[in-house]
Design a protein around this ligand. Structure first.
Ligand SMILES: [Zn+2]
Length: 132
């Protein structure tokens, strides 16, 4: 995917973090059955094949579940904040944070990034412009 390596993650996930450092959300796609998956694994969840390629996600998704966290569980996150499961347009669901406004279950959201100190940015999601 890239010739720049952040050295972040393990051999299964480093391509994901390298892409994140470029502002690109990547998923694995099985070269045997075409299934997309996230988070990265060394084999396809659908058919167990080990031929997996990295593809860029479109960045669109739908809120599948959401909860507001009121207690501080991480020094990086100021409560309250919203934890959500976002179903990407490609199919995989990922646990993430919702930022920049409210997005109820079923709402369209777009990929954004939260910058971090000393690590690649984290994918987060914001309400799609014009929605809600
Ligand atoms: Zn497969």
């Amino acid at each position: 995917v890239t010739d720049v390596t952040t050295g972040f993650g393990d051999p299964t996930t480093h391509a994901f973090w390298d892409a994140a450092a470029r502002g690109e959300l990547v998923l694995q796609r099985c070269t045997a059955c075409g299934a997309h998956q996230f988070y990265p694994r060394p084999f396809c969840l659908a058919c167990n094949a080990t031929g997996l390629e990295w593809v860029a996600a479109g960045g669109g998704g739908t809120v599948y579940a959401t909860t507001t966290v009121h207690m501080r569980v991480s020094p990086d996150l100021e409560p309250p904040y919203v934890v959500a499961v976002v179903e990407l347009d490609e199919g995989p669901r990922l646990t993430t944070n919702l930022v920049d406004g409210e997005a109820p279950i079923g709402a369209r959201v777009r990929l954004a990034w939260r910058e971090r100190e000393g690590a690649p940015p984290l994918p987060v999601f914001a309400p799609e412009a014009g929605a809600a």
